[in-house]
Each structure stands twice: as C-alpha cells, then as structure tokens.
Design a protein around this ligand. Sequence first.
Ligand code: PGA
Length: 258
Amino acid sequence: MSRKKIVAGNWKMNLDRVKATELAQAVAGRHAEAGSVELVLCPPAAYLTTVGTALGLVHAVSPSGVTLGAQNMHDKASGAFTGEIAPAMLVDVGCSFVILGHSERRTLFGETDGMVNAKTKAALAVGLTPIVCVGETLEEREANRTQAVVTTQINGSLAGLSAADLEKIVIAYEPVWAIGTGKVASPQQAQEVHAIIRGLLGALASPAVAAKVRIQYGGSVKPDNAADLAAQPDIDGALVGGASLKADDFLGIARAFA
Ligand code: PGA
C-alpha cells in the first residue's frame, strides 16, 4: 500500500508577519524539492491569512500545492466563545488541515480525548483534514505504559468515527519526551508505535482502512535524522516543530520522505 507522504510544519507561537510571509514564500518557491511529498504549513492563527496570501491560495489550493493548516480550533460552529476560532472560519481563510490534540494543547491547556474527539468530528464535518496527535510522556514510557497510553488516546480521540471518516484523517505520533528536546525516538521505537496505531485503526475500522491512513512521526525531526525515520514502513511523514521555522531544514526533511 503506498500512501502519499505528508510533511507538516507546526510553527507554534513563533515568527512575525514579515518572517511568516518570507518563510511561506521560500517553501512555496522550492516545493519541487519535495517531489510528491505533500507539504502543509501551520502558522499561528493570527497569520493564517497572511500565509495563505503568500502561498497564493485560491479556495485552499495554491499553485505550488503547499497547503495551509491551523494549530487548533473550537468544536462549535459559532457563539459566545471568546477567543476561539470556529471550524468553518478556518475553511474560510483557506485551511485544508487542522492539528488537533497536540501535546502542548493537552498538557498546557487541559485538552482531553473527549475534546479532541469533538473537534475531530467538527473538523471533518466542514471538510478539514484533522492531524490528530497522540504520544506518551517519558514517565509513561519508562513505566512500560506507551501502548496503553496511545491506545487510550487513539480510541478516545477517534471514538464514533465512521470508516469513511477514519480514512481521511492523519495521525501524528509524537512522544512528548521527544518534542523540542532534541531527543528523537529511534526509528525502531517510532516504527513500533506506528504499527500499534495502525493495528488500533484496523480494529476501529478494518485493516484495509488502516492501510490508507497516514501516520506522521513528530518530535525533534531534523534533516539529518529524517531519512532513517522515512525508511520505516509505517512512518508516512513528519510533523515538524523547530526545524519547520527554516526553509532549508523543512525542505531537507521533506526531501528525506520523497
Ligand atoms: P519539534 O516539535 O519538532 O520542535 O520537536 C514537534 C511538534 O511539537 O509538533
């Protein structure tokens, strides 16, 4: 089963308007280096329109093929939710993707699997592709609880989705101990969990559906460790934080998956 590789840049709360524009233009201008790898840029919400313009988006499609993603959203369509952003608003400003349940959202902002589940359904309902993040802490890994934690997160975050919806989503396995720490999971450690996740998707839907779902690895991915990760059978791309802030590094990672 060949799955289209997908490399997404999670810019987190970084850059300013000028730098966001320059980075988006640099990636779009050099997208051919990534070959058939799908590239997604996820800037801070304040710069979604700026980056969309820099990419030349028309109805979420850019001439370069680089698409736009958000880092979070609310699950309700509208209403009295001060400070929040509705799913349809993301579509309106040109997003195709939305990162959901990132570990920083889970640990710093109290997001639960139930909330991620509601957001995942809301994203799918407006045609956004959710990038659903899961991953264990160092403490959980050392207590041999990785499989249990990831199982709870996958089953909770994806509860009630139809097989047709499951097929559309992207999963990001991001061990919390590897995010922003420079400690990347070994390709074997990552592959082992990716295979577990694919098995869980198989149980939720069917092995045929699971075989279609793209599972990204995230956590200290850099150009020099990306090739070994990309060589693993169940690693279908990367969710990149720090290294996505430089066009050279982001494209270097994308080339490794090409
Ligand atoms: P990192 O972040 O690449 O800086 O480790 C990854 C992420 O949080 O998505």
